[in-house]
Design a protein around this ligand. Structure first.
Ligand code: ATP
Ligand code: MG
Ligand code: FE
Length: 332
């Protein structure tokens, strides 16, 4: 079964051909990073315009790279949400149009389900499992008892972790997206500024990153008032240590609470070198079977959407012509 998947929820226009949910035949990504960089973040209107220009070319490129035509496909999959409404609509309408023209069924995919299923391309998912989702807009612990079933057992109460990375980077004067910049800076420093950890109430699997973000800003501000200089590397390292300690700590708590020792990491922040290292260490200690996607599958791509779509294909969960972009789509 071959599925052409499309992803346009944010600032990458992506298409991929996936076979049987686990094999990537082709995967093409057009990033708009350079266009948004000078604004320090994604500008929705600019994102939409880029998607319109790119979507047809990218879909054709994915087919060309796979050496296939629309006749060789069994379905078209597309991210239906969450994301920027104008951006989502372009992918959804492009998918519906080509599906209609070629008599193919359409499958709507939740963007975060896609991030989780990036792991299915590494090693077929086995259940039950826990997924730590860390991305630009989400920070969640998800319990999956079977394919296509997502129970959110912990979530951020304020900023998503990627968002906190990007905001802290901005305060330090680093370019967008700030996650990779902070990661590099943190890795290069031997010292770390002591910053708070947001554990919340005893037993809570929720997260909070806005206090940590404020602590970084206050540290800079206080030093400036005293005419002192804070080493940006030490500040980045302190921030990253706090983030990782809480993310990993809550994941350990969730795994014990739910008696699950299969773990998968998902989302753009899964690219973080410190987090990957710490989770691998923890997995060895806790006896987890841990999967972490390769860097190319951590940030937004269409291959992960195709992987998640295959499950829906098998379950016969096709969309009808009312399929629409839903910015606040919930996963369960
Ligand atoms: P969502 O998936 O929640 O809708 P999104 O699609 O915008 O949001 P992703 O593409 O999944 O987000 O991830 C992008 C985020 O990942 C950005 O916030 C970016 O800074 C962060 N990120 C990327 N690489 C790293 C890294 N090495 N360390 C920390 N953060 C990173
Ligand atoms: Mg992006
Ligand atoms: Fe994403």
């Amino acid at each position: 079964i071959r599925i052409l998947a499309v992803e346009t929820s944010c600032d990458e226009t992506a298409a991929a051909v996936i076979e049987n949910g686990t094999t990537v035949i082709s995967s093409v990504i057009a990033s708009q990073m350079e266009s948004h960089k000078r604004f320090g973040g994604v500008v929705p209107e600019i994102a939409s315009r880029h998607h319109v220009e790119q979507i047809t070319v990218i879909m054709e490129e994915a087919l060309n790279e796979a050496n296939l035509t629309f006749q060789d496909l069994h379905a078209i999959a597309v991210t239906e949400g969450p994301g920027l409404v104008g951006a989502l609509l372009i992918g959804v309408n492009a998918a519906k149009a080509v599906a209609f023209a070629h008599g193919l069924p359409v499958i709507g995919v939740h963007h975060i389900a896609g991030h989780v299923y990036a792991n299915h391309l590494v090693e077929p998912l086995q259940f039950p499992l826990l997924s730590l989702v860390v991305s630009g807009g989400h920070t969640e612990l998800i319990y999956m008892k079977e394919h296509g079933s997502f129970e959110v057992i912990g979530r951020t109460r304020d900023d998503a972790v990627g968002e906190a990375y990007d905001k802290v980077a901005r305060t330090l004067g680093l370019p967008y997206p700030g996650g990779p910049e902070i990661d590099k800076l943190a890795a290069s420093s031997d010292e770390a500024v002591e910053l708070p950890r947001a554990w919340l109430e005893e037993g809570s699997l929720d997260f909070s990153f806005s206090g940590l973000k404020s602590a970084v800003i206050n540290t800079l501000h206080n030093a400036k008032q005293k005419g002192e200089i804070v080493d940006p590397g030490a500040l980045a390292a302190g921030f990253q240590q706090s983030v990782i300690e809480v993310l990993v700590g809550k994941t350990i708590a969730a795994s014990r609470q739910y008696g699950v020792n299969r773990l998968v990491l998902a989302g753009g922040v899964a690219a973080n070198s410190g987090l990957r290292k710490e989770l691998e260490k923890t997995a060895a200690k806790e006896g987890w079977a841990l999967t972490i996607p390769p860097l190319s599958l951590c940030t937004d791509n269409a291959a992960m959407i195709g992987a998640a779509a295959y499950v829906r294909y098998q379950q016969g969960r096709f969309a009808d012509d009312r399929l629409n972009g839903v910015p606040g789509l919930s996963i369960s």
